[in-house]
Ligand binder design. Structure first.
Ligand SMILES: Nc1nc2c(ncn2[C@@H]2O[C@H](COP(=O)(O)OP(=O)(O)OP(=O)(O)O)[C@@H](O)[C@H]2O)c(=O)[nH]1
Ligand SMILES: [Mg+2]
Length: 368
């Protein structure tokens, strides 16, 4: 059979231009499970090819695909605010039946699961969504997957896996198929830490009658990870359980999260700043009076990631001012979209948060 799309990423295969999406040397074109050059390099050598042509118009690709299908909306626990903004009603024209919060293995303590589900449920209600089911899982470890495998066994329509880029859609489908016993012959979906891994719709025969569809993740502009080099991404995306790091800060002090974010503590009582981010981020505490100098001279040097030569170093830091007063015992998270979050424990605070222009910053009740 003639393979027309890459079984790893769904790109339409072509043998004309090695610098374009979907390239496969002529000799391999036509063999059923041959991967495109990009997937081949990713899977076998961990090498990332990026294409100049940019967004291959995923939005138009997704138009109409949800009709008649059951939509499973995947959300990334580590990047909740960005992935919750990727509402399927807006993007597919259909609501999701099920919402799946992925990457649960990153939680320092599974006892926090109910609290996180409550928060997600509340956010979904605010958006006018009441899914038939809400799950928290880890596609990497299999945590929480059993009820979902039962649900998939009982499907009576095709299923579409939808969500922002990098939330783990392809990893989830692969895990699901493995758990349902479809291993060697089922397609090997390419998964990777870089955003934009899946490039087209991939149809997977699930039973005699039903198919499951993997889809390319849309990119949201407020997400830090779409602006980083592969090297910086490796440092920023956590792979293991998060280890919170606590810093006691006085007003007049600043915390840098690598050279990617800066938090100036302007007003409030002495309090803990608890950082939930990847171990690859160098955290640096300093006096606020030194912070401008460090911003101008040490991003990409003392403050890494990013690393020397990265495009993001020429993107200016933009300030977001946050101020709040808590009810007794409450804590707040400052979420920096794609980088992680910082929990503040004091009764009140005023902060200036600096992030590269365009990267989203949100204030929310503490997740943990
Ligand atoms: N810690 C953790 N990482 C995960 C989990 N699931 C996926 N990942 C990682 O997240 C990254 C993205 O996974 P993919 O499955 O490629 O994500 P995707 O949603 O298919 O991304 P696109 O194809 O770009 O839309 C990879 O580095 C995965 O290893 C999980 O449960 N826990
Ligand atoms: Mg994918």
């Amino acid at each position: 059979m003639h393979a027309e799309v890459c079984p790893g990423c769904g790109a339409i295969l072509q043998s004309d231009d090695p610098n374009k999406i979907g390239y496969i040397p002529k000799a391999f074109h036509g063999s059923e499970d041959a991967l495109c050059l990009r997937c081949y390099k990713l899977v076998h050598y961990g090498e990332v090819i990026t294409y100049e042509q940019g967004d291959p118009s995923f939005r138009s690709m997704l138009e109409g695909v949800a009709i008649g299908k059951i939509v499973f909306w995947l959300i990334d626990l580590f990047n909740l605010e960005t992935s919750l903004n990727m509402h399927p009603r807006r993007l597919l024209g259909e609501d999701s039946s099920y919402v799946i919060v992925n990457k649960g293995d990153l939680l320092p303590d599974p006892r926090h699961i109910p609290r996180i589900l409550d928060y997600v449920e509340k956010r979904l209600r605010e958006q006018g969504s009441e899914p038939e089911g809400l799950f928290l899982i880890s596609a990497s470890t299999g945590l929480g997957m059993e009820p979902l495998t039962r649900l998939f066994q009982s499907l009576d329509r095709d299923g579409l896996i939808f969500g922002a880029t990098n939330v783990g859609k392809s990893t989830f489908l692969s895990r699901l198929l493995t758990m349902l016993g479809q291993t060697p012959d089922s397609p090997r979906l390419t998964t990777a830490y870089v955003p934009g891994t899946t490039l087209g719709l991939i149809k997977i025969a699930f039973s005699e009658k039903l198919s499951l569809w993997d889809s390319p993740g849309l990119v949201l502009n407020d997400d830090l990870t779409t602006r980083l080099s592969p090297r910086a991404l490796k440092a920023v995306i956590p792979r293991r359980k998060l280890k919170p790091h606590t810093y006691q800060l006085h007003p007049g002090q600043t915390l840098f999260l690598g050279g990617l974010a800066r938090i100036d503590f302007l007003e409030g009582p002495l309090q803990s700043f608890v950082v939930y981010a990847s171990e690859g981020i160098r955290i640096h505490r300093t006096k606020q009076v030194r912070a401008d100098y460090l911003t101008d001279h040490e991003r990409g040097k003392l403050l890494v990631p990013p690393y020397p030569g990265e495009k993001i170093l020429s993107v200016p830091f933009v300030r977001t001012t946050l101020a709040w007063r808590n009810q007794r015992g409450e804590k707040k998270d400052v979420a920096i979209h794609g980088l992680g979050w910082v929990t503040l424990t004091g009764a009140h605070a005023v902060l200036d948060v600096y992030t590269p222009e365009g990267v989203g910053v949100s204030l929310r009740p503490a997740l943990i």
